[in-house]
Ligand binder design. Structure first.
Ligand SMILES: [Fe+2]
Length: 325
């Protein structure tokens, strides 16, 4: 027993002699003792004061409120306090029944002090272990909540940083798109319009956020390969000759090569490469057909055929579709 902070025992018994004997005996072995003369008084003591005994000795037969009646109330209000029933010599069945109803143990009156000390010692240790376990659980819960809050705040910070990075990337991409347009006088504002329309189409088709971001990059940068096309071809007044058309057809490949330098653009590369492919395989540069075309650069003829007066047999990219709208 911890003598610096002695455990407290509440003795509830109507017999003054028993109270006296138990009180003296328990105090002699180092316990603090509080006394009550019946179940009601004991229960009121537990209710009215900031009183947290380490064990309750509860007599069964008492006036006003018997131990049998007081036990469930004590268990309900103070479930952590072990209750040891005090039973008469010829009333063992009641002691056993009380244990079934939540009593920690029972002692038969009169018991030897050693036996009382042993039983109370077990009860006090039990209470201490339960209290320590609860304290540990409380600390673990507190730690878990703190960790959760820290994680939430870190996630928030990360999300904010990610959003800033995303916005910065998008700005860079927009600047790149403007660079293309500055070179090609026929495409002023074209990339931004294609991006907006592509995103609207993709949202209608139920594409997820990640795919839509890749689509935005692909839409804004689909013609970035035009950087590698001579300006005399890009801005030529009148139709291009066969050789010039072949040079012009290089721009999806050049665009894909430019994007392959930056890992961040990886999901958009094939969308850019395939933006002039056709569902029937008659597009360029790879002449791939149908579902071999990158999903970002593919559309279902059913989705857009209502907008066309003729039957659409070829498939172009979502942003190619947007270009046609
Ligand atoms: Fe193009």
């Amino acid at each position: 027993m911890n003598t610096t902070n002695p455990s407290t025992i509440l003795v509830i018994d109507d017999d003054p002699a028993i109270r006296k004997v138990l009180s003296l005996g328990l105090e002699r072995i180092g316990y603090q003792v509080r006394l009550a003369t019946n179940g009601r008084e004991g229960f009121d003591l537990l209710e009215s004061e900031d009183f947290d005994p380490d064990c309750i000795l509860l007599d069964i037969r008492m006036p006003v409120l018997t131990g049998r009646e007081a036990l469930p109330r004590i268990r309900e209000r103070r479930p952590l306090i072990p209750v040891v029933m005090l039973t008469a010599f010829n009333d063992l069945a009641t002691g056993l029944e009380a244990m079934k109803n939540g009593a920690f143990d029972y002692l038969v009156k009169p018991s030897r002090l050693e036996q009382i000390e042993e039983t109370i010692g077990r009860a006090v240790r039990y209470k201490r272990i339960i209290r320590e376990k609860l304290e540990q659980d409380r600390k673990s819960e507190e730690y878990r909540k703190t960790l959760e809050l820290t994680m939430e705040s870190r996630t928030l910070e990360l999300n904010e940083t990610y959003e800033k990075l995303k916005a910065a990337n998008m700005q860079t991409v927009q600047v790149l798109a403007e660079t293309i347009e500055a070179k090609d006088q026929y495409t002023q504002g074209h990339c931004e319009r294609v991006r907006k329309l592509s995103v609207r189409i993709a949202s209608k088709l139920g594409m997820d956020k990640k795919q839509i971001i890749a689509l935005e990059y692909a839409a804004l940068l689909h013609d970035i390969g035009k950087i590698g096309i001579p300006e005399r071809i890009l801005n030529k007044k009148g139709p291009l000759d066969a050789d010039e058309i072949e040079v012009m057809k290089m721009h999806p490949l050049i665009g894909a090569q430019i994007l392959s330098i930056v890992e961040f653009f990886a999901p958009a590369i094939n969308g850019v490469r395939h933006h002039h492919e056709r569902w029937d395989g008659k597009g360029y540069p790879d002449k791939v057909a149908g579902e071999d075309i990158d999903p970002l650069a593919r559309r279902s003829s059913r989705c857009f055929s209502r907008r066309s007066s003729t039957r659409i047999t070829s498939e172009a990219g979502m942003f190619s579709a947007a270009q046609n709208l």
